[in-house]
Write a protein that binds this ligand. Structure first.
Ligand code: XMP
Ligand code: MG
Length: 172
């Protein structure tokens, strides 16, 4: 397996993340939001995005695994790590790498909503709407992409390629 082509360059990613940071900074200026990153794919997006947030905020992380190997999700989602922060009455922004079938984020957002936050919004770097199986939409989207398996910038194929500074498409 290797990279067929680059879908989003490092510069395109950083430009768009600065825009998202500015939007979130305007909307959450007075709210001290809790940014919750979904491990592990969102790690680079989470750090770059939160560095563009210009007001007080908190960080937390949640782990979810949709036990499937390779490029297909199994549909069964399990929590592998819960948040540490008390979320009741807080403004939560879930930060995730990709909204694909939506099964993972449906599960994660339902779990977090049960903790009674004052608000809960979803911010994803990539949206792949063609493959949606769960009823869920993101509030903030970096890029809408076609139905191709992508890697890099946190996203993996069998745990590799996460450290590419761009988003690429794998050779079939
Ligand atoms: P969904 O929305 O299908 O996403 O529940 C579950 C998880 O699958 C991963 N995923 C991808 N990983 N390239 C990847 O490297 C992709 O194109 C892709 N689509 C989904 C991702 O971790 C997501 O959280
Ligand atoms: Mg993920």
């Amino acid at each position: 397996m290797e990279i067929d082509r680059i879908l989003l360059t490092q510069e395109q990613l950083q430009t768009r993340i600065r825009e998202l940071g500015a939007i979130l900074s305007a909307e959450y200026a007075e709210k001290t939001p809790v940014f919750i990153g979904v491990l592990r794919g969102a790690v680079h997006f989470f750090t770059d995005l939160t560095l563009q947030f210009s007001h007080p905020c908190q960080y937390d992380f949640i782990g979810a695994a949709s036990y499937g190997d390779g490029t297909q999700t199994s549909g069964r989602v399990q929590l592998t790590k819960d948040v540490m922060t008390e979320l009741k009455g807080r403004h939560v922004v879930v930060v995730e790498d990709i909204l694909d079938t939506g099964l993972t984020l449906r599960f994660v957002t339902d779990w977090l909503k049960s903790k009674q936050p004052a608000s809960l919004k979803l911010c994803v770097l990539l949206d792949k709407p063609e493959r949606r199986r769960a009823d869920i939409t993101a509030d903030y989207i970096g890029f809408t992409i076609p139905n191709e398996f992508v890697v890099g910038y946190g996203l993996d194929y069998q745990e590799l390629y996460r450290n590419l500074p761009y988003i690429g498409v794998l050779k079939p």
